[in-house]
Design a protein around this ligand. Structure first.
Ligand SMILES: Cc1cc2nc3c(=O)[nH]c(=O)nc-3n(C[C@H](O)[C@H](O)[C@H](O)COP(=O)(O)OP(=O)(O)OC[C@H]3O[C@@H](n4cnc5c(N)ncnc54)[C@H](O)[C@@H]3O)c2cc1C
Length: 433
């Protein structure tokens, strides 16, 4: 059996199985990184990417940031063109085509264009869909921001000087609010919670985020939801709230979270969690042999957090998991690679940079610093640090990350953060306002 020792991560792969066929479903970041990692091992089997969008994989975070800024359009450029995917990575690329079902016994996919596609190994990287409110699709001007098309629609309204309502004070909604405010537009954010973001980053950070909105001059209304969208001739004229009031609006951006894009798996043997995310091991294998998952769709146990099963909707997570799942999907023999990274994300609002690493699940949070920009927030479980959030302290977050990965002690982390805040180090210049 001829074998090659791959340059990448010393992975041994069978070279002879050119007839073996890996299909990656989902043309986002995780799917792209999977393909790059697979080819990076020197594997010569057949590789196919199926993606529902018309374009090859592109970067989503700029869609709620630089793409919405005033001035010349910052075009959405794919990471690699279709030609590059074909010629440099030897990938058959099927775009604008949805996978609608899987027959795991026959190892075959049903495509939206009527074709069936056989696989030997399957990697699911279908990401997530923006959650919707009732009636939002029937009114022009109500947008959930997930794709470049959505972003183009938001941008068009901002260019026209829209009165903006953001539904949901999460990270994406807050970034859109920031972009609208920078253009001098009137922005109102509504959120059903008393303190937005409490579930994801804790109450104290939620309160700091509320302060960021108010300090920037954005009206934030909490504990209120959307009753309906008012429209004339099919175009949005206002957002009617559950307290009976109406906010005049030309654009409503619905940022109320996302759900895993796994409808096509619901009748299969692939085990799903209650939210529709895919149950994976720490090697990203699903419950069905030959099928792996990565990115926004995957629930993965994190050993460093006592085996907590987390589904993480972050950029670095999609990149890391895509590469690992790709390599595991073509592994000829030997132990599969396990995830080693921990969740990390960033978000830019009103010229401030928020960064979070680790987990806030079942933790106690302690704020070190002024309680706003320049602060470090540490998340404690027992005598360990398991998470950290910083505002405008770019110099600290990776140092805290190392402590979390190394299962560092709580006391040492507090000492470190206190010293950094007190001597003024670790602060990074804020982003342009
Ligand atoms: C506006 C915005 C801003 C963001 N900002 C940040 C940020 O600042 N920091 C951060 O860490 N993260 C950010 N994120 C999150 C980050 O971009 C995602 O976690 C990441 O893109 C997930 O990658 P993925 O490959 O798992 O899924 P996706 O990027 O969602 O890609 C999945 C792809 O699969 C396709 N697909 C879905 N179903 C099917 C099907 N049945 N058949 C074929 N194809 C299918 C989809 O059309 C899509 O192209 C942001 C996300 C958005 C939307």
């Amino acid at each position: 059996m001829p074998r090659s020792r791959s340059a990448a991560r010393g992975l041994t792969v069978t070279e002879f199985d050119d007839e073996r066929n890996l299909v990656v479903v989902g043309g986002g970041l995780a799917g792209l990184r999977a393909i790059e990692a697979v080819r990076g091992t020197g594997w010569r089997g057949s590789l196919t990417l199926v993606g529902a969008e018309d374009h090859p994989p592109y970067d989503r975070p700029p869609l709620s940031k630089s793409f919405l800024a005033e001035g010349p359009l910052d075009q959405v450029t794919p990471f690699r063109s279709t030609v590059q995917l074909r010629e440099e990575l030897g990938t058959d690329v099927i775009l604008g085509t949805r996978v609608e079902g899987v027959d795991t016994d026959r190892r075959s996919l049903q495509l939206s264009d009527g074709r069936r596609l056989a696989y030997d190994s399957l990697l699911v990287a279908t990401g997530s869909n923006a959650r919707k409110l009732d009636g939002q699709d029937s009114v022009s001007g109500v947008v959930g921001l997930r794709t470049d098309r959505d972003a183009a629609e938001v941008r068009r309204h901002l260019d026209q000087g829209a009165r903006v309502v953001i539904v949901g004070a999460g990270f994406v909604g807050s970034e859109v609010a920031s972009a609208a405010l920078q253009r001098g537009l009137h922005v109102t954010i509504i959120d059903s919670e008393p303190v937005p973001l409490t579930r994801s980053v804790g109450r104290q950070v939620g309160e700091m985020c509320v302060d960021l909105h108010r300090a920037a001059g954005v009206e934030l209304r909490t504990e209120v939801g959307v009753a309906s969208f008012a429209s004339r001739g099919g175009r949005l004229t206002g957002v009617v709230l559950t307290d009976g009031s109406e906010l005049p609006a030309d654009l409503a951006v619905v940022g109320i979270g996302a759900t895993p894009a796994t409808h096509w798996l619901t009748n299969s043997d692939v085990a799903l969690e209650a939210d529709g995310g895919i149950v994976c091991g720490d090697d990203l294998a699903t419950s069905v042999p030959g099928i792996w998952a990565a990115g926004d769709v995957a629930h993965v146990p994190y050993e460093v957090f006592g085996g907590d099963l987390l589904r993480v909707e972050h950029w670095t997570n999609a990149a890391e998991q895509g590469a690992i799942a790709g390599r595991n999907a073509i592994r000829g023999e030997g132990d599969p690679e396990k995830i080693s990274g921990i969740p990390y994300f960033w978000s830019n609002w009103y010229g401030h940079r928020l960064q979070f690493v680790g987990t806030s699940l079942r933790t106690e949070e302690v704020v070190i610093g002024p309680g706003g920009p320049g602060s470090v927030v540490l998340y404690r479980r027992g005598d360990r640090i398991v998470g950290a959030l910083t505002i405008d302290r770019g110099g600290d977050i990776m140092k805290l990350r190392r402590r979390i990965v190394a299962r560092g002690s709580w006391d040492e982390a507090v000492e470190f953060a206190t010293a950094r805040v007190e001597d003024g180090s670790g602060t990074k210049q804020t982003l342009p306002a």
